[in-house]
Every structure is written in structure tokens, then in C-alpha cells.
Design a protein around this ligand. Sequence first.
Ligand SMILES: *[C@@H]1O[C@H](CO)[C@@H](O)[C@H](O)[C@H]1NC(C)=O
Length: 438
Amino acid sequence: MPRLNRTLVLTVLIISSSVFLLFQLHYYRKYVNKQTVKKFLALTHRFRLPLFLADTTALTLLSQDALRQHDRKVREPHCSFLCTGRPVMSFALNANLWKHDSTFLSAAEQKGFELLEIRGQDPRLASLDTLSGEEIPLHLLFRLHGYIIQVVFLYERTGNYLWHGPLRLKAGMDRTFAPFKLLDYGRHAGAYDRPELVLTVLDGLDVRIPGNISHFILEQRHAHFLECRHRDARNFLQLYPEDSFPEAVDFRRKVKSLLRVTAGILTTLGIPFWLSSGTCLGWFRQCSVISYSRDVDIGIFIVDYRPDIITAFREAGLSLKHKFGKVEDSLELSFLSDDVKLDIFFFYEEGDMMWNGGTQAKSGRKFKYVFPRFSLCWAELLELKVRVPCETLDYVMANYGNTWNIPVRSWDWKSSPSNVQENGLWPPAEWDQLIQVY
Ligand SMILES: *[C@@H]1O[C@H](CO)[C@@H](O)[C@H](O)[C@H]1NC(C)=O
């Protein structure tokens, strides 16, 4: 019996001391991580690098905490925000403020940080016919005691937004340098509005953070940016040069102005839209608009429909040209601005497909255009930040078939698209309601 007791006591002792040790380790880990962030921030302050906290886990903790302000004072001295329990922390930096000098990097190395710099092509030169291959810094990774600090470079793009590049390791780079899958930034390029920043104190450290955290986190989740395929576009335009007639130049100018107005209205209403049909094809195929297309096509998910869309467009000086269908089925709006037509197609979800409708005014015939399910990405067209389906090739192929890469000047919306289906007839008694032409 005493022997059993001894074993029991020993077991209990071992378990409790292991638990104690784990706790110690946990707090030690937290302590070390915080010291690493502190050391890093001290360096950035010394070199006047105005980084801001872009780490989604830390920012989420912070925004949750803002809802419970009273807890904050109690938890302040600990590490509540900067110790996320993850071995990585991300900051962002406006690349204009990066002085390209190596003194900051060597100072970091002197402090014990190991460094990995990821560079890539400057996309702002991609549209030009240059082979200069100038590379710019895209990401910096600092490692100390197994903890990774990521600095994302944000570049100003012509469409008045900030862009960061993807994080791609080159041959010979250390693939084990960081747990790359855990990083918030770099799986793909991203586009952001310029965030308003505020200086605050987190866990006793001075840190800049986005002024509207929930907005920033939302933006981060949908920031995926697609660069236009400039090289393919150049090849296409060599085969099929663009019209340089004054009408074509004039059309591009009008499209740009119409897209700008449209983006302004829909952003104010909080409605996401994307380039559809010919406008999407123009972006994808030639990084521009198809000058003989004569209209602008955009898509909106029907769940985002709001009745005040029409009023908002009218107030901005566009005239409603037609309204086909209804919210439950095949809704389509057309506006006219400066003799360019804007077609707004509303998209409906059905199983693993999305579709939009079409209506022939004179006959009441209905059509349906079916697309594989897609998500939305940012892109740039005519110096504007716009959305396109991320699965752009699938979308374009659904609409234009395998020969999308060959220009077709005579296009019949009722028969030419690869994905058009007959969809019956509107009941004549409802034509007044469902087929409105102005
Ligand atoms: C912050 O962003 C959210 C989401 O975009 C928005 O709903 C909210 O109005 C913004 N708050 C302020 C104070 O601007």
C-alpha cells in the first residue's frame, strides 16, 4: 500500500510540475515575442520608418477589445494584442517612405535579426514596353528567436490605391526561413485604399494602426489583386492593332469617365460590382476597352440590389434607358451617359452556377447566361481600380468560348455567347411591368 501511495504522489508531482513548466514556457515565449516586437519597433522609430500594424490577428484582438473598453486598463501591462499566440506579426510600410538605404537593415542584423528580402518586378513598368527588369522590394522578413516579423511594402498605383506584391521565393532562397503559410500577406498581390492611420499605445509600445480597424480587416479579406496580363495583351495587339481613329480614342475617354462615375455611385451605396461581358474581355485580353464594343457592361449580385440604385444614377446625370425583369428574375438596367450605354446585369446564384438574364424588348423573349461560380478580385482598367471575376479565364470562356482570343465585330447577344440559353417568354400581361423602355 505505501508503495502505491508513493507512486501516486510521484505521478501527481510530475504532472503538476509539468503543467507549471508549460505555463512558465508559455509566459516565457510570450515575453520573448514581445521583446522581439519591442526591439524591432525601437529600430523603426530610430530610423523614422512609419510602419503600421497590419496583422489581422492582432487587429482583431484590438477591435474586439475596443468593444470592451473597460477591460483594457486591467490588461494593459500584459501582452494582450501583440502576443497573438502566433509566431508571426505583420506590419506594412508605404514604400515611398523607404529610403532604400542599407543602414536600417544592417542595424537590424546587429540586433540579432536574420533577414530575408523578397523582391519582384515593378508592375508599374509592366504596361510599358520595357525589358529593364527593375526589381523592387516587396516583402522583408525579420527573424529572431524563431519569431517572424513581416514588413509588407505598399506602392502607390495610378488608380489612386495602394498595392503590394505576392511573396514568391526564388531558387536558392531558404524555404524554411519562416512558416510562410501563416503569413497574412503574400499569397497573392493585394489592393487597398490608403488607410487613415492613428498612433496608439499597445501593450506599452507606440504603434501606428489603421484608424478604422474593422474596415481594414474587411478590406484585407477581399484584397486579392490581379495584374493585367500585359505580355499577352501586347501579343494580341500586335496581331490585332487597336483602332486609333478619333472615335476610338474618344470612346476610351468616355468609358473611363463612365466607369469612374459608376464606381463612385456604387461605392457610396456599398454595392460591389465587376466588369462583365465585353468590358471584362477587354481587360483580360488587351488590358483596355474594346473600342468597337460601344458599351460598358458590369455585373452586380442580386443580393446586393437596392432600389435607390436608379435614383443614384439619375442624380449623377445618367438617364435610365431600360429596365428589364424584376428582382426575383432576370433584372437588368441600362443607363446612357454621353452616348455610351452602361448595362448592369444582376447575377443570381443557382447551385454551383451563377447566371444573369436577358430580355428582348419587342418579343418578350427571355435568355439566360450561365457562368461557373466565381469570386471577385481587384484589377486596374484605364487607371481605375475595379473588380473582375478572379477566375477570369473561366468567366470569359463561358461567355466567349475557346475563341475568345479572336476579335468578333458582329456580335448578337441572343445567339453569339457560348453560354446563352433560351429561357421562355415573359407573360404578356406583365410586359408593362417587366419591359420598360425609356
Ligand atoms: C468603419 O468601417 C466600417 C466598415 O467599412 C463602416 O461600416 C464604418 O462606418 C466605419 N466607421 C467609421 C467611423 O468610419
